[in-house]
Design a protein around this ligand. Structure first.
Ligand SMILES: [Zn+2]
Ligand SMILES: [Zn+2]
Length: 255
């Protein structure tokens, strides 16, 4: 299984894109503005989206992804996420005002956008592995995702503050080699991070201490202006047997 980073920033500017990873050629993990770097042919190969939550930096690409399938004769897309996120997408995005309601079938046809509700622990089969929804703590209902390939496993926190069940869960996955962790606030803003359901280095370190040794920890969802400082604050306290990396656009992880 091949995971490529199309976007890993919390916002735009300086050529950055928001959260979107492409898994093999057919699946997206979140659908933020990183999707703009896929051409029409690549977009038509996407038939599955694993979505963490309803915030636009993670789902803004969905309307035009569906549009590309409609206008180029694609098969449409299956989206897996929590029921609360499905409700938000239907009420606020595919509501026939903001965008056409592609979640409804025309007579006798299958909808272009097929929204499937998952709960924590539910698994989705992928061509070369399996994805499992994981717990998360954020301002709106959110899941993280575990991707298990033939050889290795990667966990993604989604947007989340410190969520002990997530970290205990992944620490028991024998093939775990990589964790993509959001990091949005500096240590001096840890109390705001708790309120907003995001992570600061001081909140992240006790979670990392739960991990087994030799896991690669990839930092995502940073503001570019604070990225160096955020990484310095983590590095100072990082458990000694973990490997820390900034998650950059274009990076690939093999599972
Ligand atoms: Zn969010
Ligand atoms: Zn976000």
């Amino acid at each position: 299984m091949h995971v490529k980073v199309l976007g890993s920033s919390s916002g735009h500017g300086q050529a950055t894109r928001t959260t979107c990873f492409v898994v093999d050629d057919n699946c997206l993990l979140d659908c933020g503005s990183g999707i703009v770097d896929l051409d029409a042919q690549a977009l038509l190969q996407i038939d599955t989206v694993l979505l963490t939550h309803s915030h636009l930096d993670h789902c803004s690409g969905l309307p035009l992804l569906a549009d590309t399938h409609i206008s180029h004769g694609g098969r449409g897309v299956d989206v897996y996420t929590q029921q609360e996120t499905i409700d938000a997408l239907k009420q606020q995005m595919f509501n026939s005002q903001q965008w056409p309601d592609y979640t409804k079938a025309a007579a006798g046809n299958v909808p272009w956008l097929r929204l499937h509700a998952v709960e924590v622990g539910d698994a989705v089969s992928l061509p070369d592995g399996i994805a499992t929804a994981l717990p998360a703590e954020h301002k709106v209902p959110t899941v993280g995702w575990l991707l298990e390939g033939p050889w290795r496993a990667l966990a993604f926190t989604g947007d989340s503050g410190p969520c002990l069940p997530f970290w205990h869960w992944i620490s028991h996955v024998p093939s775990l080699t990589d964790v993509i962790c959001e990091l949005s606030y500096l240590n001096e803003n840890s109390s705001k991070a708790m309120v907003d359901g995001h992570m600061s280095p001081a909140l992240l370190i006790p979670m990392l201490e739960i991990l087994p040794p030799n896991v690669h920890v990839w930092i995502t969802h940073t503001d570019n202006r604070q990225r160096t400082q955020l990484l310095e604050q983590v590095r100072k306290e990082l458990p000694s047997l973990l490997h820390l990396h900034p998650l950059e656009q274009g990076i690939s992880i093999e599972l």
